[in-house]
Design a protein around this ligand. Structure first.
Ligand code: AMP
Length: 275
């Protein structure tokens, strides 16, 4: 595995990779969720590139940029064992210059839900993903459904900018007890971790209601809030939208995403279910 820190080293190693390239961009503190993307990229391509970059422009003032977990040594080993060909660990000044040209998130899809709670987050995310996709020149790039709105916006960027890369959505990986894996789970105390299970439990309840024929969003959301409110510190949103992120009054099977965002203690968590 080649480990590249600067652009020249990365570009040289990238030029040496022939055939189909799969790319997995991450912010590190790698877990089974990331690994599932890497494994899939490995299966479907000749070579796999992984990047680890905690992108400052997608963190808002007061968010956890400084304390975001950084585990470079462990991440390197995980990538090596997973058969990654090229690992890119750029510094911020390798990626950004002063007075950047910026692409912005779309006015509607980019500024609701996550975009409303974290205004500017998606602009920074799209900016860095555009750069990383261009750098990797990947045939396919792998993203988790865990970040559902991010995934939808990246697909839109690829469409709107006529980019050739294929975006591959990957299923959410959970711990045995249902908690969706996230690097931010490392922040949770045992007590908070128990309370964080209310997110996946509320989604399971939604799935049950839908299976039993209840399709009204208001009823499903109320049932979810009933599970979440006693447990979480701040419930940010419970939303039922279509795959284009338009609110739905009735669940449409095959076209619905149910999303939840909440703080447990100081830790902000998101989870969702595609139905
Ligand atoms: P991050 O390092 O949090 O920026 O995540 C990098 C990629 O891994 C993104 O495409 C995420 O959606 C994906 N990812 C994170 N957690 C999970 C999970 N539990 N299951 C599947 N994909 C995930």
């Amino acid at each position: 595995m080649v480990v590249a820190r600067d652009y020249e080293c990365f570009a040289e190693a990238r030029d040496g990779l022939k055939g189909r390239i799969g790319f997995v961009p991450t912010m590190g503190a790698l877990h089974e969720g990331h690994l599932s993307l890497i494994r899939r990229a490995k299966e479907e391509n000749d070579h796999v590139i992984v990047s680890i970059f905690v992108n400052p422009t997608q963190f808002l003032e007061g968010e956890d940029l400084d304390k975001y977990p950084r585990r470079e040594e462990a991440d390197r080993k995980i990538c090596e064992l997973a058969g990654v060909d090229l690992l890119y660990l750029p510094t911020t000044d390798q990626i950004y210059e002063e007075d950047e040209l910026c692409i912005g998130a779309p006015k509607r899809r980019g500024y609701i839900l996550e975009g409303a709670r974290r205004p500017g987050h998606f602009d920074g995310m799209l900016q860095v993903v555009m750069k990383l996709l261009n750098l990797s020149r990947a045939d396919r790039a792998y993203f988790g459904k865990k970040d559902a709105q991010q995934l939808v916006l990246i697909r839109q960027m690829v469409r709107n900018y006529f980019m050739k890369v294929q975006i591959v959505p990957c299923e959410i990986i959970r711990d045995a007890d249902g908690l969706a894996l996230s690097s931010r789970n490392l922040y949770l105390s045992p007590e908070e971790r128990r309370r964080a299970l209310s997110l996946s439990r509320s989604l399971k309840r939604a799935a049950k209601l839908i299976q039993s024929g209840q399709h009204r969003s208001e009823v499903i959301r109320a049932a979810m809030r009933g599970i979440l409110e006693p447990e979480v510190t701040e419930l940010e949103y419970v939303a039922i939208v279509d795959r284009d992120f338009r609110p739905l009054e009735e669940v449409e099977l095959g076209n619905t995403i149910i999303l939840v965002a909440a703080k447990v203690g100081e830790t902000r968590l998101i989870d969702n279910l595609w139905v």
